[in-house]
Design a binder for this molecule. Structure first.
Ligand SMILES: Nc1nc2c(ncn2[C@@H]2O[C@H](COP(=O)(O)OP(=O)(O)O)[C@@H](O)[C@H]2O)c(=O)[nH]1
Ligand SMILES: [Mg+2]
Length: 254
């Protein structure tokens, strides 16, 4: 089973993309399951096939341990690892080639806790792929764009699994904004230009240096625009996953 993790900052559109992705796959006649790994989620745009809340729930941990919501979220993130094996077994019962895995709202609860790495290992690291969602409202300024690249790079560094950087909610940008952003993502020189046009303050100089470092370690990647709302770009994400996991061979040809 291929495990596709959707990771991004709070509100970046992870749950919505999981939902839109599942709909798209169903339309293509492709089988998949959705897995919710957010123990504190209150609203989700889809009905998960496997739900971590069957094992761990933020409200219960708050009550049982007398914790506030933030403390409980952290305890839950760590408790998830204890249930990883059962989670994997439950997922296996579906006998499906694809699992779309929605991660906790606050990305640090997944990206920066040891338990997530145990979950990735238990569900099968070899078969994992990470979709990183960048928020368009952050990414639309040159400085913000670098910040999202860095967040993506740090996340990639933590997980070390194949990776795609996605621009979420692309429908929220104007055509010009989207065009500029795509241009930056393809051509670091365009981003240098946009940065230094704005000003040459110490923070700009710092950004340029960070950008150069990311370029030299291969972290500067083209971003794939998607929208769960329209929907659009989902096939591009699917193709990138296929390309990476099977050298381009499509499971549709099985
Ligand atoms: N315009 C637009 N809004 C979106 C899109 N995807 C998600 N949203 C909205 O962004 C908010 C957060 O989405 P959600 O999927 O819950 O984000 P999560 O916290 O990363 O799981 C919700 O109000 C969604 O309706 C999109 O593609 N376009
Ligand atoms: Mg969510």
């Amino acid at each position: 089973m291929r495990n596709i993790y959707f990771i991004g900052t709070a509100g970046s559109g992870k749950s919505s993309l999981v939902s839109a992705f599942q709909e798209w796959m169903t339309l293509q006649g492709l089988d998949c399951i959705t897995v919710n790994l957010d123990p504190g989620v209150e609203f989700m745009p889809y009905q998960p096939d496997v739900d971590i809340r069957d094992w761990v729930r933020v409200e219960e941990v708050m009550r049982d341990y007398g914790l506030g919501p933030n403390g409980a979220q952290i305890v839950c993130a760590d408790m998830m690892a204890l249930n990883a094996k059962e989670l994997a077994e439950t997922m296996e019962t579906f006998k499906t080639p694809y699992a779309l895995i929605d991660t906790p709202g606050q990305m640090e609860l997944f990206a920066f806790r040891q338990s997530s790495s145990m979950i990735v290992d238990t569900l099968g690291r070899e078969e994992s792929f990470l979709v990183f969602l960048s928020d368009p409202l952050l990414a639309k300024t040159p400085n913000g764009f670098i910040s999202t690249l860095m967040l993506a790079a740090v996340t990639h560094f933590r997980f070390s699994v194949p990776f795609l950087n996605v621009l979420s909610k692309s429908d929220l940008l104007t055509e010009q904004e989207l065009e500029a952003l795509m241009n930056w993502s393809k051509d670091p020189d365009a981003l240098y230009g946009a940065l230094t046009d704005a000003d040459m303050s110490p923070s700009t100089v710092q950004s340029v240096e960070l950008l150069k470092a990311m370029e030299s370690v291969g972290m500067y990647r083209e971003i794939t625009p998607v929208s769960a709302e329209i929907p659009s770009g989902i096939e591009d994400v699917y193709n990138a996953i296929q390309q990476s996991m099977e050298g381009g061979e499509d499971i549709r040809s099985d």
